[in-house]
Design a protein around this ligand. Structure first.
Ligand code: TRP
Length: 469
């Protein structure tokens, strides 16, 4: 462990905030949030999701920042340093985090590949005047539907893999350039642009005929359809969305400046993130209802509706291209933070260069990720193989969001709530007494001891059918 090595830091609190936001904002907002809200039944899912963001995710993000900045280490080293025990079992959270990071990257790089592919296709103008059926067929061909009947070397099977590998080459290259230089620059410019483009989408979607039904779907709360599985999925989404429970935010916390207020930064990040997700929802659901797409269509929802939003609209094809390009940027920002976890860990732990570590990790992700690229649809090349009744794509997604991240988050909350001394937590939250926020710190500690971990446990046991709420 190279404890004394100089770490690459961020230049200001605002930069650190933007970078944490760059990790949070990604395909989770634009792809996953809308489709899960669709399959989860609309408004009720939204309400449950928001509840988890504020009662579970925000306190855990505060914990991660505290652990990261106090130790100024990666997720494994952080626990060793804070407990003063090089063999502490808490460092298992760091290992679990690396596992989550791999699981997510296996399918995330695949979906990012679809986005790259759509960006390319949009540039060629193939989406002009597209119909609902055409959009469905385009998505099916992008993800390799029917690959099971084709040879491995056919374009049906290889195209999604090609795009996925391209994604990994881009991400791997940026990550080997180093934190401050590589990440900071791209994200500062991309975030506002994405925001503006989403607003254009929303305006267009809301003026489509029948848009009102989409709003009704998104805001009508009906808890009747809510099952324990839906509740677990909403909690999993909160973890996934805010990049929690796996050490990403510990690593980013370690780059925060000494004067940043760690008790409010997570709240700002969560609110900004929700705004972006809601904009995506407001662009997608009116379109879904206007064109008669099935709201519970699943992972294809974004890719089917967005080309429809921009069809038959002035400058529609240019805007569509810009939309997917910016989505690709957002996905890249999030992936940088995902690959960062195993990269920095491997390089500090085994004393290898950052470049070498980034390369090794991208190769691992590519090698296994191919399984996800071939199983996004049951008829894909690897679609026939199921484990616990799920194909690889689903399995990677399910295990990360619903098992490894919540378990990691639970441990992190317990660590800051129970293991870390009260004085140490208060000291870090108040920037060594510079901020007068004892009341707030006390409240956060109560959440971390009695609310967040209890909620996570209850939702788990409920989903397993052991208790019933
Ligand atoms: N939050 C990102 C998104 O919504 C995904 C992500 C990036 C992530 N880094 C993470 C999820 C770390 C969990 C952990 O797209």
């Amino acid at each position: 462990m190279s404890t004394g090595s100089k770490r690459d830091g961020f230049s200001s609190t605002l930069a650190a905030l933007m970078v944490a936001l760059g990790s949070a904002v990604g395909l989770g907002n634009i792809w996953k949030f809308p489709y899960m809200t669709g399959t989860g039944g609309g408004g009720a899912f939204l309400v449950i999701y928001l509840f988890f963001v504020f009662c579970v995710a925000v306190p855990i993000m505060i914990s991660e920042f505290v652990i990261g900045r106090r130790s100024r280490m990666n997720a494994v080293g952080a626990f060793r340093k804070l407990t003063g025990n090089p063999r502490t079992p808490w460092s298992g959270i760091g290992f679990l985090g690396a596992v989550s990071s791999y699981l997510i990257m296996f399918f995330y790089s695949c979906v990012a590949g679809w986005v790259y592919c759509y960006t390319f296709k949009a540039a060629t103008g193939v989406f002009a005047d597209i119909t609902k059926e055409g959009a469905g067929a385009m998505f099916a061909s992008t993800i390799g539907v029917g690959g099971a009947d084709a040879s491995f070397f056919s374009s049906t099977v290889l195209a999604p893999i090609f795009w996925q590998i391209l994604v990994l080459v881009v991400v791997g290259t940026i990550i080997s350039l180093g934190v401050a230089r590589g990440i900071e620059r791209a994200i500062k410019f991309m975030m506002p642009a994405l925001f503006v483009l989403l607003i254009i989408c929303v305006v267009r979607a809301l003026t489509l005929p029948g848009a009102g039904d989409g709003l009704r779907f998104l805001f009508h709360v009906d808890f009747k359809q809510v099952t324990p599985g839906v509740i677990l999925a909403a909690m999993g989404l909160a973890f996934f969305k805010l990049s929690l429970g796996m050490g990403t935010m510990i690593t980013y916390g370690s780059y925060f400046t000494d004067d940043a207020d760690l008790s409010v930064a997570p709240l700002k990040i969560a609110i900004a993130d929700i705004c972006i997700s809601m904009l995506a929802g407001l662009a997608i659901f009116p379109t879904v209802f206007s064109f008669g797409v099935e709201p519970g269509a699943g992972p294809g929802l974004l890719f089917i509706t967005i080309p429809l939003v921009f069809s038959q609209m002035p400058f529609g094809q240019v805007l569509l291209f810009a939309f997917f390009l910016l989505t690709a940027f957002a996905a890249n920002g999030a992936m940088l933070s995902l690959v960062e976890v195993p990269t920095i860990w491997m390089s500090e732990e085994f004393n290898i260069s950052r470049k070498k570590s980034a390369l090794i990790n991208c190769v691992i992700i590519g090698a296994v990720g191919i399984l996800a690229a071939g199983s996004a649809d049951g008829s894909g090349y690897f679609g026939g193989i199921t484990i616990f009744g799920r194909g690889f794509f689903d399995l990677f997604d399910y295990l990360s969001s619903n098992v490894t991240m919540p378990v990691g988050g639970l441990c992190i909350a317990v660590f800051t709530g129970y293991v870390m001394k009260r004085g140490d937590l208060f000291d870090e939250l108040s920037n060594h007494g510079m901020l007068r926020n004892e009341c707030r710190a006390g409240f956060i500690r109560v959440l971390l001891r009695y609310v967040t971990p209890v909620l996570v446990m209850v939702i788990f046991l409920n989903a397993l059918g052991i208790i019933k709420i």
